[in-house]
Write a new protein. Sequence first.
Length: 172
Amino acid sequence: MNQTLERTHHIIQGEHAISDDPNLVIATLLGSCVSACIFDPVRKIGGANHFLLPESRSGTSDIRYAAAAIEVLVNSLLRQGAKKQRLQAKLFGGGRISANLPHIGRANAEAAQKFLYNEDIPVVAHDLCGTRVRRLKFWPTTGRVRLLLLDPLVVAPAEAPRIIPTDDIELF
């Protein structure tokens, strides 16, 4: 592959992307969110999503939630010629990036695994939970993934605003 032709498509929370372009890479950054990377190795098409929450309590089909996000991704792939029986999945994310909050990442990981199991889509690789942020690159035509583990997020306390003394006052 010629690296100069490679293009990156970044996805954020609540998004997904699919492609059969061998020069396209799908990328995202994951904390407690999870990304399902699903591909058909025969059709050479794949896609990735980035979802925030494990399940909708209202039962609505909202792509911020695991089941809806993965279902939309799978259906997008099937519409473009992928075959369900050939689909393979890789799951990433679900980190616990703040010890003071509930472990939403674990719940996201479990919801994704459950959905894929129920749909008979094998999970062929995963890197889930832990405390690290993940930078993900996914090549949808081959299923290749490059994962960079980043140090846990450290949130510094907010600084008090600095007041700069001045004699000039301008009103608008």
